[in-house]
Design a protein around this ligand. Sequence first.
Ligand code: NAI
Length: 348
Amino acid sequence: MDHTDVTTPDDAEFEKIVHCTDPDTGLDSVIAIHSTTLGPSLGGIRMKRYPSHDAAAADAKRLAQAMSYKAAMAGLDLGGGKSVINADPTAQNRAELLLAHGRAIEALGGQYIPAVDMGTTIADLDLIAGVVTTVSSRLRDPSEFTAAGVVAAIRAAVQETEGVSLDGVRIGIQGLGNVGARIALLLFAEGARLVVADIDTERAHRVAASTGAQVVSPAEVLTAEVDVLCPCAAGGVVTTARTDSLPARYVIGAANNVLADPALAARLRERDIVHVPDFVANAGGLIACAAEVIQDDTGLHARVENIGETTLSLLRAADVRGQDTVTTALQLAKERIADRRAVAGSVR
Ligand code: NAI
């Protein structure tokens, strides 16, 4: 299930929405540029078969809007954009579709920088680089940076709330793919006691073998007696019913749109459960993509670790404002974009 933590935004909120069709290849795609106030928009190309072009456009818009807020919260000079190709990722003419989509991206003159997303690979981005001047996540998988950022967010939240390190803290990880498996190793190195789950049980046992983790089922990890729940598989795992019975005191993970409904953030706050929104915790990959674009990895590790500082600022701001962390993070992101727009306006 693919949820988003922002409602489908109005077209008026977007700088540009390009609907692409190409009779030669059968391309049906959408490029949504939400904002370039902070810099060129960067976001993945998602390849997925949608029920309709409108459904694809709605997804592109929601994802592009979320990228604006993710980049703003990560302190990056990047805007938010996303594109979707409405096609089965196993399509026979996959390369032709990607190249036709790439030509539409190039026509935007650098306003949208594509990266890898669900249904596309690093090799796809490398292919697209043949027709697009600026492409990201062409050289490396951003997952290790995403993992490091999530761990920085967990460490900062636990330290801020309880004044302790992760040594001995019990952490449940749901999903042990590119990001989750790396998170497990990083947390193990800091002394955390892990409970892990994946629908691929072999994968779960492999991770357990190198981290001493206890393996449970994907459903059990949500009710396990852990301090921190770290969702790294699908979105929407924290539902209304689960929010009221969650044993964990922290919900911090890589999965996009962990809350089935963003309004649940307020309920988590009422229950004193510390929640770091996905678009804050999982920004490490985007930070690495941004470094790749400018071909400068100087200080990259420190910038990813800085997600810990961003987490602290967010938790403190939410306390001061007396509201949940999702509402506060969205406000902080919008404030940063509005401030930049005001400065740009006064210069003009
Ligand atoms: P992945 O596809 O490599 O791994 C997902 C893992 O979750 C797989 O091992 C899969 O078997 C498992 N899984 C699927 N459904 C499950 C369930 N119900 N219960 C338990 N395990 C389940 O994906 P990746 O790259 O590790 O990403 C994980 C999440 O983080 C996704 O939601 C993704 O959108 C998000 N994310 C990833 C970033 C990255 O840099 N890879 C960046 C930002 C967000």
